[in-house]
Design a protein around this ligand. Structure first.
Ligand code: NAD
Length: 269
């Protein structure tokens, strides 16, 4: 990171590289905003001036996100819901439009993960992962794009290094994240003649509840996991929030159809 950007550090929020006012008069919708990357993103965008519509299935943790934002003078409207239901995706976007009258940024962050022996993942586990990680971003994009076209807004989808490489024991997760990569690229092409932008970020391991609670069968061959664990440990949720803010910022007009890796080199080799 360029040292000059330290000029923008906001001492009061203890959040590095804040660019005050970058999202003034913008409305951002963040899914998965109750925890981890989604919470960090919502707080960062609010700190940089956006009004927030935050969404999560966990009411308590979502309320905590809202109180952090409002305690710092920001605006956040929240909705509790399950993104695995198509109707919820459309209803949530409609509520955001009712609340703010516009939408400038959609950040599709909500997701789940888990490791399984391929033959042992149940149909219920598989369908839930597909519904949350793949179907929800698709339906949120469908619901949001008419409003983003009106504001020349943009979408940031959270994929994963798992969407860019094969990984033992996480086949379904890799499939859903690969689909998010292709959702991003395909929408970038379909809307190439408009001003909306569609991008994705592919994080490597980040310290969040998702990684903390990650379930791994006891009898797996750990050597097979080594290629996707990397050599530099895990990043922080704000590493990704900062990148989401950069990609979603109004001045980032040259960034469209991109898949940004932020994985400490995991997908480099
Ligand atoms: N943490 C990592 O190492 C990592 C790496 C690559 C990609 N990602 C992706 O980043 C995104 C955020 O993950 P995180 O690490 O911040 O996890 P997290 O568990 O901290 O946060 C995920 C949030 O999504 C919410 N959520 C889950 N299912 C939902 C549902 N059905 N409806 C509504 N909300 C739901 C959870 O309640 C939670 O608040 C996910 O898409 C994940 O796949 C994470």
């Amino acid at each position: 990171m360029c040292d000059d950007l330290r000029l923008f550090t906001d001492e009061e929020t203890d959040m590095p590289y804040v660019i005050p006012g970058r999202f003034n008069e913008k409305v951002a919708f963040v899914t998965g905003a109750g925890s981890g990357i989604g919470r960090a993103t919502a707080i960062r965008l609010a700190t940089e001036g956006a009004e927030l519509f935050v969404h999560d299935v966990n009411a308590d943790s979502l309320a905590e996100t809202v109180s952090v934002i409002t305690a710092n003078g920001g605006t956040a409207v929240s909705r509790v819901g399950d993104v695995s239901e198509r109707a919820e995706c459309f209803a949530a976007i409609a509520e955001a439009i009712e609340a703010f009258g516009r939408l400038d940024v959609l950040a599709n962050v909500a997701g789940i993960a888990g490791a399984f022996h391929f033959t042992e993942m149940t149909e219920t586990q598989y369908r839930r992962m597909v519904a949350i990680n793949m179907d929800a971003p698709f339906f949120f994009c469908q619901a949001a794009i008419p409003h983003l076209l009106a504001s020349d807004g943009n979408i940031v989808n959270i994929a994963s290094n798992a969407g860019l490489m094969g990984q033992a024991y996480t086949t379904a997760y890799c499939m859903t994240k690969g689909a998010v990569v292709q959702l991003t690229r395909s929408l970038a092409m379909e809307y190439a003649k408009t001003k909306i932008r569609v991008n994705a970020i592919a994080p490597g391991g980040i310290v969040t509840n998702l990684t903390h609670n990650f379930q791994i069968p006891a009898d797996i061959d750990f050597e097979l996991m080594a290629p996707y664990l990397g050599y530099r440990g895990q990043g922080e949720a704000d590493d990704i929030a900062e990148l989401i803010a950069l990609v979603a910022a109004p001045e980032s007009t040259n960034i469209h159809g991109a898949i940004f890796s932020s994985d400490r080199g995991v997908t480099a080799g």
